[in-house]
Design a protein around this ligand. Sequence first.
Ligand SMILES: Cc1cc2nc3c(=O)[nH]c(=O)nc-3n(C[C@H](O)[C@H](O)[C@H](O)COP(=O)(O)OP(=O)(O)OC[C@H]3O[C@@H](n4cnc5c(N)ncnc54)[C@H](O)[C@@H]3O)c2cc1C
Ligand code: FES
Length: 257
Amino acid sequence: MKQTEAAVITNEEIMPGVYLIRLDCPDITSQARPGQFVMARCGEGPEYQLRRPLSIHQIDGNKLSLLFNVVGRGTRWLSECPAGEKLDLLGVLGNGYEIYPDSRNLLLAAGGIGIAPLVFLAGEAIRRGKDVTLLLGVATAGQLYPSKLLPAGVRLVTATEDGSGGEKGMITDLLPDFINGADQVFACGPLPMYRNMAQIAELKDNPVQISLEVRMGCGLGVCYGCTVKTRNGLRQVCKDGPIFNLDDVLWDKLADI
Ligand SMILES: Cc1cc2nc3c(=O)[nH]c(=O)nc-3n(C[C@H](O)[C@H](O)[C@H](O)COP(=O)(O)OP(=O)(O)OC[C@H]3O[C@@H](n4cnc5c(N)ncnc54)[C@H](O)[C@@H]3O)c2cc1C
Ligand code: FES
């Protein structure tokens, strides 16, 4: 892990309020694994001391992409970063998803902006010769990640809460129909999605690797601000995670962000 300056190549709004920023960053692209993240400084001045954690979305040679939702002043600042600007990153951080060599069929479940780390994972899985089905759930069709940006070979199934695109309903409604035949299940989404997944009986026999997105202070294991309770005791999401087994996290002890 090190601090690096990454030059912005492009920064585009690809869906309402969601930006894809491409950076020239060989220091990170040479080491990153799906599920890992960077801590990005999102502004100048003392009020921006705390960096923001963002998952690695895609890697293409020396180019690193991050996909982010504008939710507050840090991500607003990032959305306004022009091409040529240098971004101050710490990374790569975290443990990453683990694809088992003997797995054949991988099921990926993304809730909203949770698509961010799963596109990198899907690409890596395809590269290793796996079959990948990606379930993507969003509120309404305008929030669906553009399928043309997905790695070739991914089977995409979409759901919208209002029925405007794909199946009508939540991602957790779709999951039970796709679990049979999946050797491994991976997910990224908001806490309510994980809480619902933890209740799905069909998922009990198949360990699910999830990316846990809690508020982080340092991202380096120093501040203990990201500590969560698991069946194996207290864990720091930034160092021990962000990838955990769904069943290991004590969901009723986890506060909403
Ligand atoms: C390991 C990890 C990976 C992440 N990857 C991505 C990603 O790839 N793309 C992306 O858009 N977001 C990602 N997030 C969430 C992202 O870090 C926050 O949205 C961001 O820090 C908000 O900063 P802000 O200054 O814009 O908002 P703030 O002003 O700090 O907060 C605005 C709103 O965002 C919520 N928020 C703040 N921090 C988080 C958080 N960590 N998780 C969820 N909600 C938060 C707050 O509750 C508040 O409602 C990730 C978080 C973690 C821990
Ligand atoms: S964010 Fe500081 S210890 Fe994890």
